[in-house]
Design a protein around this ligand. Structure first.
Ligand code: ATP
Ligand code: MG
Length: 436
């Protein structure tokens, strides 16, 4: 078979056989977000490019190299979102949501686009779950957001994931630190990679985030940001740590964490897994909302990579419950019986159970095979004689027990009785096997 084209490099399809894994994780994320008092926000997949220039920052790799930017037929300069925060912050301001009072707590599940080299856990289209808080300066907000991210790992049963924590100060203390970095990296100018050499003037903190082995080696002995924090930032950082201690959440202070986006202030954190890297990254961005034209609004949040999280679950052999199977397969033989079968199937579906019948014109034998393949719990054959007698045999596919059920309104009661009996006995079986 020769297709006219394949999927775009760096993008992945999520196929029907795998989508339940995404849904399972997304359900947990939604539930956890809810229990922390967050509501979902959905923003467009594209924005005016200047939004990302201003918020993500035009000295970052994302804006300089990774954005999908294009000019529309109408002449607008548009970019696909490379992350979720900028759009959420823009929407919050544009709709005046802040008028309802602070804090505003929102979460998102979104596709993101970055023109990067494909790698393990790195794609050009990927997905993020993220949480955002606007209008909360207290260290409890930092701790709440970090605990919320952690609760998702907990619920999924993820182990060996390290929370790394740092504070990168504020516009008061950052300039002194930046000057110290300039001085330090300036001494290593010739050894730095080209990108870092250009970062030296504009944003030397980015050098700490460089993935080239030489730059990261040099960065090891660079001045540490924690030694430069002003008193307020220092106190805030101590408070965040106390809150995390109170929640019994273990962390490691890592001065190398600076994050790849310009808008961060004070707290920054990452959840890191061996072999995969950063699964979740976030922190505080007290200056972001002002940068976008709003009032000063202390804010914070995180982004969690869905693909990397799925890789982690696979590596840790964490089983994701499979989706429910077909409850009833009804097979009709003959025109009239087929219509009766369809009528019953629709009835079962209306009762929120899963029912299927033939839609491709298979033979009786092939249909039985199909019912087996989809692991249907019950099957039922309706032919001329069943129609005449107005009853049919309902077959329990796990064990083969047969029950005669009426085909009129009495069907549903009889089916649900058999269904409940089967559910109970398979639950009992499960319990017994656990005891054994
Ligand atoms: P990295 O340092 O690995 O490039 P980042 O700092 O660019 O990550 P963030 O911008 O903080 O990542 O995004 C938050 C999370 O989104 C990351 O921790 C990761 O799980 C995920 N992520 C980022 N870029 C990609 C990508 N290209 N493919 C898949 N997931 C990604
Ligand atoms: Mg990156």
């Amino acid at each position: 078979m020769k297709l006219i084209t394949n999927r775009v490099y760096g993008a992945e399809d999520i196929l029907p056989a795998d989508s339940y894994k995404w849904q399972f994780i997304e359900d947990i994320m939604r539930k956890q977000a809810q229990s922390y008092g967050f509501k979902e926000i959905r923003t467009p997949v594209f924005e005016h490019t200047e939004l990302f220039d201003r918020s993500v920052g035009d000295t970052t790799d994302i804006v300089q190299k990774e954005m999908y930017t294009f000019t529309t037929k109408g002449g607008d300069n548009i970019s696909l979102k490379p992350e979720g925060t900028a759009g959420a912050a823009r929407a919050m301001l544009e709709h005046g949501i802040y008028n309802d009072g602070y804090p505003i707590k929102a979460y998102y599940l979104t596709a993101c686009y970055r023109y990067e080299k494909k790698n393990y856990g790195r794609q050009r289209e990927f997905h993020q779950f993220g949480m955002e808080v606007y209008g909360a300066a207290s260290a409890f907000a930092d701790a709440e957001v970090i605990c919320a991210a952690n609760s998702i790992f907990d619920r999924l049963g993820v182990q060996n994931i390290q929370l790394e924590l740092n504070s990168i100060g504020c516009p008061n203390c950052r300039p002194k630190y930046t000057a110290a970095l300039k001085e330090y990296f300036g001494r290593h100018r010739v050894e730095l990679c080209d990108t870092c050499r250009s970062r030296l003037e504009r944003n030397p903190m980015r050098i700490l985030d460089c993935k080239s082995p030489i730059c990261s080696q040099i960065a090891k002995d660079a001045p540490k940001v924690l030694d430069f924090l002003c008193e307020d930032c220092s106190t805030h950082f101590e408070e965040v740590k106390s809150c995390l201690d109170a929640a019994k959440l273990r962390y490691r202070v890592n001065p190398a964490i600076v994050r790849g986006l310009d808008y961060y202030t004070r707290t920054v954190f990452e959840f890191v897994a061996k072999d995969i890297g950063t699964i979740c990254g976030g922190g505080r961005y007290d200056g972001l909302i002002e940068e976008l034209g709003g009032q000063h609004t202390p804010s914070l949040g995180f982004g969690m990579g869905m693909e990397r999280l799925l890789l982690l679950l696979r590596e840790q052999k964490i089983e994701i419950p499979e989706p429910p199977v077909c409850d009833l397969y009804v097979l009709g033989i003959g025109e009239k019986a087929k219509l009766k079968a369809f009528n019953i199937i629709e009835g079962v579906r209306n009762a929120s159970l899963i029912a299927e019948g033939d839609i491709v014109g298979r033979s009786v034998k092939a249909q039985m095979k199909y019912a087996d393949k989809i692991k249907a719990r019950f099957s039922m054959v309706i032919g001329d004689s069943e129609l005449e007698e107005n009853c049919a045999k309902l077959r329990n596919m796990n064990g083969g027990k047969e029950t005669v059920v009426p085909l009129d309104e009495g069907f549903f009661n009889a089916f649900f009785a058999a269904y409940v009996e089967e559910s109970n006995s398979s639950l009992l079986e499960q319990l017994n096997s656990m005891k054994g």
